[in-house]
Ligand binder design. Sequence first.
Ligand SMILES: [Zn+2]
Length: 253
Amino acid sequence: MKVTFLGTGTSQGIPIIGSKHPVCLSSNPKDKRLRVSILVEWEGNTYVVDCGPDFRYQMLRAGVEKINGILFTHEHTDHVMGLDDIRPFYFRQGDVSIYGHKRVLKSLKKRFDYVFKTKNRYPGAPSVILNRIKNKPFEIGGLEVLPINGRHAELQVFGFKFNNFAYLTDMKTVKDKEVEKIKNVKVLVVNALRIEPHRSHFNLEEALEFIKKVNPKKAYLTHISHLLGFHDEVEKTLPENVFLAYDELQLTI
Ligand SMILES: [Zn+2]
């Protein structure tokens, strides 16, 4: 299985428009972060987790020619706003499968009403196949995916476990019984926003505590704000098996 980090930034991305913060001005490519998303590939299958406002450029940058579907963690703008850019895939492949909690699918219907219209459809509008996720395993491309339920402050969020790889973003609290599902996984990706606490995201300390509980072989941090600091400096402070993810990083699992 191959995982590509399409974006590792928080909702505004890094650099933030107009910001003079040193991290936003950094010339290190590892300090430039698009909105958070990953590409997961196995045996000819290509799935994307979340499709935020940078989706079009992320697909071009990673050279993606077809996708089998999109899994949504939750409905916040930085995770869904690129949905219109599935059009090239739709024109070439037909309806695109999307997966999400029923609340997420409802939110997409509201935001992208033209995608879901059944009468008088605009000819250029893309079309999707809705797949509702509950907190139960489901199958895509011959692989069992296990949802991991968590909270982003009050909002329910799903993380996903694919074989020995778990991807969790926008988490603030995860119950022990959900942690059990990913214990001792080979590779864990989890969000770490910044040093200071935040009401709806793990900060660095909370992410590191969470990693200790899960006890993965390796962990990568994502959904990073400029306030976490420079990639190269922060990484030096991390435990031996913990790394900062960066855009275009690829993992083979
Ligand atoms: Zn987010």
